[in-house]
Design a protein. Structure first.
Length: 337
């Protein structure tokens, strides 16, 4: 998550699921986490990420299950720390993801994840045996939250999701694009997420020292996903996102604004796992998806906002991103809402 370091009431109710219909037990856990139950009665209520992390830990302690009772076996307390210690020894992110999925498979019985590479894309696919659809949806989102949170922390940067699809219907919350990226569909099996396969070769930037701090503050970073908020890449992303495409500065201008040479500017972005072109492409895609979810804008207007001189060029680019036209994506999105 980037725009909001908070979660909707939906995730609070999902986290409490494993406590069953026991009001006293629920209230005791909420009290330990410092959560005001009355403040959550509003359907639009939100909980800041740090408080939700305390609630996650309180429920895990109550159930002795770091997967919050969403699996028939679960993860006894300490499982996550053991898993994380093994991941920092991986040679790159690709190996870390495979180790993570294998490690989770040692504990969980109802859900499995696999990683494969399809051309320029890495895909994590889930196979769930959970028969209760309401639990299945929450379990799948929780599983992927853990995996992606770990991946972003290990890489020391946010890994943008290019496509996500879930087998369950759209849940009753408005955080979906914050968690799973703008190119998102529901009601389509199998549940899977996709990102650029180039991320698989990124090095692991964490060590035993940073692991101790990560475990101390988890699951906070799992919820908001690790990002170097002070890094140059995020700074450039925010600058581009908040100005009109026609006013975007060039790479040389960006470097000059920061008193850097072009070579130093590029090297710093590379150390953070970015290139200037990748950042520009990501901003343009996100603008396109956000605008397509906004009623009243024509395809030509959206193309212009996303930096395309002609609507036909936007159509071609969008088909490369998603395999469908902008109109098809818009119709599908609004039919799901």
């Amino acid at each position: 998550m980037r725009e909001k370091d908070s979660v909707s009431r939906y995730f609070v109710e999902a986290a409490l699921h494993g406590l069953g219909n026991d009001p006293e037990r629920v209230q005791a856990v909420l009290t330990r986490a410092g959560v005001d139950l009355d403040a959550l009665r509003d359907t639009d209520a939100r909980l800041d990420a740090a408080t939700f992390a305390r609630l996650w830990r309180a429920i895990a302690d109550e159930l002795d299950d770091e997967f919050l009772g969403l699996d028939s076996h679960g993860m006894p307390n300490g499982s996550f720390a053991m898993l994380s210690r093994g991941l920092i020894q991986a040679v790159d992110i690709g190996q870390a993801i495979r180790r993570c999925l294998s490690g989770l498979g040692l504990f969980l019985r109802d859900i499995r994840g696999t990683l494969c590479v399809r051309g320029d894309h890495a895909v994590i696919t889930l196979n769930s045996q959970q028969s209760d659809p309401s639990i299945r949806s929450v379990a799948e989102e929780t599983f992927l939250t853990v995996v992606l949170g770990l991946v972003c922390w290990l890489a020391g940067r946010r890994v943008p999701i290019e496509r996500a699809q879930f087998g369950h219907p759209r849940p009753a919350h408005g955080d979906d694009h914050l968690f799973w990226g703008p190119n998102l569909t529901y009601g389509t099996l199998p549940t899977e997420i996709e990102f650029a396969s180039s991320f698989l070769s990124l090095p692991i930037v964490q060590n035993q020292t940073t692991l101790r701090e990560f475990l101390r503050t988890s699951p906070h970073w799992l919820i908001i996903r690790f990002s170097n908020r002070e890094g140059l890449g995020n700074e450039i992303y925010r600058q581009l996102k908040h100005c009109c495409y026609q006013q975007w500065p060039t790479l040389a201008e960006m470097a000059g604004e920061r008193g850097m040479s072009i070579a130093s500017f590029r090297r710093q972005l590379q150390r953070e796992g970015f290139s200037f072109q990748q950042l520009k492409d990501e901003v343009r895609r996100n603008i396109a998806f956000e605008c397509l979810r906004t009623p009243g804008l024509s395809i030509a207007e959206i193309a212009e906002r996303a930096g395309f001189q002609e609507a036909s060029a936007f159509h071609r680019a969008f088909r490369q991103w998603t395999g469908e036209s902008p109109g098809q994506y818009r119709a599908k999105w609004h039919s799901d809402v």
